[in-house]
Ligand binder design. Structure first.
Ligand SMILES: Cc1ncc(COP(=O)(O)O)c(C=O)c1O
Length: 423
């Protein structure tokens, strides 16, 4: 079996932990993908993971494919400036005016790492505040989680992160203005930056109150720290302006990834020109990369932006997520499950719990076992929901009405089966 071979060569048999699907005997094995579908060792599945949000036009979109093929014809790496990357950056800046200047790197992880380094270089301060349940990639500055309750000095979520680094990352509860203000007071004049997902998509889906985001903006400004919006998920997914456009908040720095690379490796950090000009070679904060602004990723990203500019992909993807959210609520309600559904644009998630979900604590209080059980049953009915309650479901421009209807019919059966199985 492939998984056995994989286990011999990869830790846990996979190359990223979320692919392990611990509630299943073995991970899914992909063979191909097209539109809303994944073709796997379990057959054809309607995909709601969409590479953890990297795909918004649908798998193997013809326009993206053509752009990549055309790039391949011209060679695929030069490690030189290209006209295409300037055009790409200009398009990003047009849609996200806070990103006056940017650097194009290879992953969201690199983007947040560099944004934080830059904020420290700019402010000449060393402490950052991040939020419980927000994920900014897998580097030392941000692999820190909260203790419960009020802000605490961080505890690492990974072995190997030096205590001296952890000490510089304070974790505050998400979507809690008072706790955030308290954390800012505690850190005092050492605060370099606050980094936040403006809509949290790594602890299920948590949509913050507008006042929370406003408090982040006002307070960082007041104390001379920078506000970093990590829009690796939300950038170009919640519309062309991202979460910052939607909530009307202008961060100092922004990180992008996923959608903006059309499924090819990318990360971008950018923001106020005056701050970005501290990046080498124009300033003393170092960033460099052999693969920075990789021509294939840039070609794919540019093709995605051109398609998104028509508005049509958002119309289809957002409508699909809305119909699915409503449909799941209806099915669960009819069958007597307590389920909370959250949705914004083309992101949605549901939780087996009563009440509401407004904080990571609310997510922790929901019934994860039920989610995983339903996930497993839905797979048997041809639907690949996002594989954890702590992730988000994503729709794309290929999740048409027919695909959504097909999904809801399958989910109806899955919920019924879940009811039978739990008695
Ligand atoms: C909000 C956010 N920031 C950063 C990252 C890291 O991006 P990458 O996986 O490209 O390193 C992720 C990845 O899931 C993310 O969701």
């Amino acid at each position: 079996m492939l998984f056995e071979r994989a286990r011999q060569v990869f830790p846990g048999g996979v190359n990223s932990p979320a692919r392990a699907l611990k509630h299943l005997p073995s991970p899914l094995v992909a063979k191909a993908a097209s539109g809303p579908y994944l073709y796997t060792d379990r057959g054809r599945l309607v995909d709601y993971c969409m590479a953890f949000g990297a795909i918004i036009l649908g798998h193997a979109h013809p326009r993206v494919k053509r752009a990549v093929e055309e790039q391949l014809e011209r060679g695929w790496i030069y490690a030189l400036l290209t006209e295409q990357e300037v055009e790409f950056a200009e398009a990003i800046r047009r849609h996200m005016p806070s990103v006056e200047k940017m650097r194009i790197v290879n992953t969201g992880t690199e983007a947040t790492m560099n944004a934080i380094r830059l904020a420290r270089g700019y402010t000449k301060r060393d402490v950052i505040i991040k939020f419980d349940g927000n994920f900014h990639g897998s580097h030392d500055y941000v692999l820190v989680k909260a203790g419960s309750g009020a802000a605490t000095w961080g505890i690492p979520t990974s072995a190997g992160v030096p205590q001296d680094v952890v000490k510089l990352t304070v974790v505050a509860p998400y979507n809690d203005v008072d706790a955030f203000l308290k954390a800012v007071r505690e850190v005092g004049d050492r605060l370099a930056a606050v980094i936040a997902e403006p809509v949290a998509g790594n602890y299920g889906l948590i949509i913050p109150d507008a006042e929370f985001l406003k408090a982040l903006r006002e307070e960082t400004k007041r104390v001379g720290a920078l506000l970093i919006f990590d829009e690796v998920i939300t950038g170009f997914r919640l519309g062309l302006g991202g979460a910052q456009g939607r909530f009307g908040i202008r961060p100092d720095l922004t990180t992008l990834g996923k959608v903006v690379g059309g499924g090819f490796p990318i990360g971008i950090f950018g923001g106020r020109a005056e701050v970005m000009d501290l990046i080498a070679p124009s300033g003393p904060v170092y960033n460099a990369g052999t693969y920075n602004a990789h021509p294939v990723s840039v070609a794919a990203g540019l093709a995605v932006l051109k398609e998104l500019e028509t508005g049509e992909p958002y119309r289809i993807a957002d409508e699909a997520a809305g119909r699915l959210a409503k449909g799941i609520e209806d099915i669960a309600g009819r069958l007597g499950f307590d389920v909370v559904v959250k949705q914004i644009s083309s992101m949605f998630q549901f939780y087996f719990k009563k009440g509401d979900v407004k904080t990571p604590q609310d997510v922790r209080e929901s019934n994860e076992k039920m989610y995983l059980k339903l996930h497993e049953i839905a797979l048997r009915h041809g639907v690949y929901l996002t594989p954890s309650q702590f992730e988000v479901n994503f729709t794309s421009a290929t999740h048409t009405r027919e695909v959504v209807e097909e999904t809801l019919a399958a989910l109806e059966k899955a919920f019924q089966q879940l009811k039978t199985e739990i008695g």
